[in-house]
Design a protein around this ligand. Sequence first.
Ligand code: SAM
Ligand code: SF4
Length: 409
Amino acid sequence: MTQRPASCSHAPGDACPDGHGHDTGPSLVPPPLALYVHLPWCVRKCPYCDFNSHAGKGALPFDAYIDALIRDLDQDLPLVWGRVVSSVFFGGGTPSLFPPGAIDRFLQEASARLRFAPNLEVTLETNPGTAEHGRFDRYRAAGVNRISFGIQTFDDAALQRLGRIHDSHEAEHAVRLAQDAGYDNINIDLMYALPQQTLAQAAHDLERAFALAPTHISHYQLTLEPNTVFFARPPQGLPDEDSAWDIQEHCQALLAERGYGQYEVSAYARPGYQCAHNLNYWRFGDYLGIGAGAHGKLSSGAQQHVLRRWKHKHPQAFMDNAGTPAAIGGDEVIDAARLPFEYMLNLLRLHEGFSLRDFQARTGLAPGVLQPALATALERGWLHRDGGRLVPTDLGRRFTNDVVALFLA
Ligand SMILES: C[S@@+](CC[C@H](N)C(=O)[O-])C[C@H]1O[C@@H](n2cnc3c(N)ncnc32)[C@H](O)[C@@H]1O
Ligand code: SF4
């Protein structure tokens, strides 16, 4: 590592804003820690979905799966001893298929093993087709304080084409049930650029979402993912790239007008309601991944590497082996040469961008390793300086993949 030049004006130990690349010493403070819990079953598999989700057949083994999650957590605990957990996210699959008692048992067992932050955010992904009266109160009593609804669209014909199990009225009713149960932190997932969708229809979806006053809206462009029914047999009438772009731009403007600030490629929130769990991913924080197919990421700033660990994807194989090394699908160490790329892959999704000090704190690397890629990104107008931060420009956001590729070693 190079020595700190005498011309540097910053304090010793601070990230060098001039990108000299000298060693300012590794960060010894670990990043925030989140807990992701994967619940893999759905009523039916949607034709566009490539998540690790499986149509549940017959009675689902909720209790056995919770037991397996606890064994899985026990196995990973030595990786995070003493660290505080800032958020828990039950993702899927359809976590709302799990009865509140099962969620409660998991959270109790987890809190006996981990240090939960006092303002812990606990999100439960919910398919509106599984929302039952009375359940939301009990999830809340268990500790869930944020509900994320997969609504996708309020157009009933489109919902059918997407293979969804609910109609638009059930979706609205489900959100109201959650609000009546006292949830003030609610996300609605919508997808746009749907088969046969016009710009007016996409805008109308947003109007119906606004009428429910959620605190957060995730607005995803439908993508055709390999290994899905839609990939094998693309639906008729998919908007072309230009139309999809027009929809996106128009919807971004509508969301901004209604006070939903965009903070990530697909995420919009009312002030104070950004999703802490997802922000932690994008800020290159750490997370444990528990459950079938779950991915975790744990950094070792002082040693300048990151451990990525994932679990067996298939629910039964996961349950049979949870708590033993056989449940671990793989461990991969991301070394210092690849860390800048991995960091940018996440950070450049965020409108807030990053500071060199953040980069150093998360990776343990001296900011100079970002050169010459950083200089190129600035020169091409893909990033700009905003105070002490480096922030993607509109152009940079359009070409995120190209910007990130600059940082491949
Ligand atoms: C794992 S799903 C969880 C929600 C819940 N399972 C449901 O669908 O109601 C998270 C969200 O990802 C989005 N999503 C899934 N597949 C997608 C695709 N191919 N393209 C765009 N968004 C997708 C959907 O908006 C979905 O609600
Ligand atoms: S309900 Fe959600 S997780 Fe399940 S298949 Fe559909 S989109 Fe995927």
